[in-house]
Design a protein around this ligand. Structure first.
Ligand SMILES: Nc1ncnc2c1ncn2[C@@H]1O[C@H](COP(=O)(O)OP(=O)(O)O)[C@@H](O)[C@H]1O
Ligand SMILES: [Mg+2]
Length: 292
């Protein structure tokens, strides 16, 4: 069995119980062949399917294969990435597809294709695989649906920012968990809890933005973080009151974190400025309208 190799698995997972249960039952339905988990960049699509993996123990006797395709630009390379993942190498295209189909035929297998939005035109390959290997189910993540026959879209929304019953809102739980990972001295108090609630609301519950903001508690307490976020919001959305609130707040949070982090502070809050830049670029391009 092939395990996901995402670095995100090293951090705690928050909420999403209902999504995991629904996605699991959808995937295990005999009629399901293709599910696409959709949502804006940073909403938690990759993390959700990684997490699903541990809820599928004993299912898919033919294996669960996680194939990240974020680096892939050409549709044909999707097949090559899948082939490499299952140990098939150096064959011509026809032979590769024959061997991949052979690999997935027989026992039920689940193929997870992560970040397919870069190669949305790879539909033909996916349709061909599904047609030729009836025991195969594909779970894709993509900002947009693939628009293939039989595809079931599974939209993912940001984490809830409002408490339900007695429980803490998952967006706040995520902020607190990442703040603790960022600074061992971080503690939740009555005062900073209010600021944390406001920060997660301003960030629209978007996990990536929450993680970026929480990493700042090392240098700024949540109350100061909130003030900075608010100030940035004013600068960034001046003249753009027509933007939906979610987009205004996300833009400000992300741009604020970006401007404070770069340049010359690489490694301060994140592993490297290059990976931060990549993350931010992906969020900015997917979730936000163009900057003025
Ligand atoms: N439910 C969650 N619990 C904990 N961390 C999460 C959760 N959802 C997302 N994250 C974190 O937020 C960041 C963005 O999530 P990711 O799955 O990469 O988003 P997407 O694939 O939609 O772009 C990652 O660092 C991920 O680990
Ligand atoms: Mg992703």
């Amino acid at each position: 069995m092939s395990l996901p190799s995402s670095a995100t698995l090293r951090t705690s997972f928050v909420g999403r119980d209902a999504e995991l249960a629904s996605l699991r039952s959808l995937i295990l339905r005999p009629a399901t062949r293709l599910v696409t988990v959709t949502g804006v960049g940073g909403v938690g699509k990759t993390r959700l399917v990684n997490e699903l993996h541990s809820h599928l123990d004993g299912q898919f006797a033919g294996g669960i294969w996680f194939v990240p395709v974020a680096h892939v630009r050409e549709p044909e390379q999707v097949l090559a990435a899948v082939a490499t993942r299952v140990g098939i190498r150096d064959l011509d295209a026809d032979e590769t597809i024959r061997r991949v189909v052979e690999r997935f035929d027989g026992q039920p297998s689940l193929l997870m294709l992560d970040n397919l939005e870069q190669v949305i035109e790879c539909g033909t390959i996916i349709a061909r695989l599904l047609h030729a290997a009836p025991a195969l189910t594909i779970l894709a993540t993509s900002r947009q649906p693939l628009h293939l026959l039989g595809e079931v879209e599974f939209p993912v929304r940001p984490l809830p920012v409002k408490a339900s019953a007695d429980s803490e809102p998952p967006a706040e739980t995520l902020f607190i968990a990442r703040a603790r990972e960022s600074s061992y001295r971080f503690v939740v108090t009555d005062d900073n809890r209010k600021a944390i609630a406001s920060i997660t609301q301003r960030l629209g519950g978007l996990p990536l933005a929450i993680e970026l903001a929480a990493s700042w508690v090392k240098v700024l307490p949540p109350q100061r973080l909130l003030e900075n976020l608010d100030r940035q919001l004013d600068v960034l959305v001046r003249g753009r009151r027509d933007l939906p609130e979610r987009q205004q707040t996300m833009r400000s949070a992300i741009a604020w974190s970006y401007s404070r982090h770069l340049p010359n502070q690489s490694g301060h809050c994140f592993g490297s400025s290059a990976s931060l830049r990549g993350l931010l670029r992906s969020v900015m391009s997917s979730a936000l309208p163009p900057c003025r």
